[in-house]
Design a protein around this ligand. Structure first.
Ligand code: HEC
Length: 162
């Protein structure tokens, strides 16, 4: 038979454990999203890359709209980064990788050929932008930035929930 003090301390450590669990669950709820416990975390990984897309494209958008001055080396480095990132999210759209908090529409999987087309057009647009950034035709660079943005928007319309 375990002694009374032992049982008491066992109870105490159990309640500490329960409390710690409650705090952890509470914190997860505060972040508003379930933890991504899927093998390889495909949703978390592709979302992180999409955020990089946005972060990289934004300063080029400012240059294209003449809100920031054009600086060749900087613009070229950003175009290189965007082209490097362009093929990266797609391998994370694996067949079983549509779970919360993903905003991907089921059409990503049910219209796979269309999705492949959209992402190929996007990758091509980033290549056109990179080619323009290597030249010295600022208008061509502006057009290429707009074309990339159009690809983001049209794919989101078709394949991303609001
Ligand atoms: C071929 C389709 C496609 C293209 C092109 C595309 N996206 Fe997306 N994007 C998606 C899909 C699908 C999601 C939803 C991913 C998810 O939640 O699982 C998404 C999600 C995002 C998100 C949200 C990430 C998050 O934290 O939830 C951002 C930001 C984003 N895209 C920015 C961009 C930008 C900027 C571009 C262009 C430079 C772009 N995307 C191009 C399909 C695309």
């Amino acid at each position: 038979m375990p002694s009374m003090p032992m049982i008491r301390s066992l109870r105490l450590s159990l309640s500490v454990l329960v409390l710690a669990l409650l705090v952890a669950v509470g914190l997860a709820a505060c972040s508003g999203e379930p933890p991504d416990d899927h093998p390889g975390q495909p949703v978390t990984k592709r979302r992180a890359i999409f955020k990089q897309f946005a972060k990289t494209l934004e300063p080029m958008g400012l240059v294209a709209r003449a809100r920031e001055p054009y600086k060749r080396e900087k613009f070229l480095a950003q175009a290189e980064e965007l082209a490097r990132l362009a093929p990266e999210p797609w391998p994370y759209f694996t067949p079983d990788a549509n779970y919360p908090p993903s905003r991907a529409k089921p059409e990503v999987w049910s219209q796979a050929a269309e999705f492949t087309k959209a992402r190929e057009q996007y990758v091509a647009a980033t290549q056109t932008l990179l080619a323009a950034a290597k030249g010295d035709d600022l208008d061509a660079m502006r057009r290429a930035v707009n074309a990339v943005q159009d690809q983001c928007t049209s794919c989101h319309k078709q394949f991303r929930r609001k």
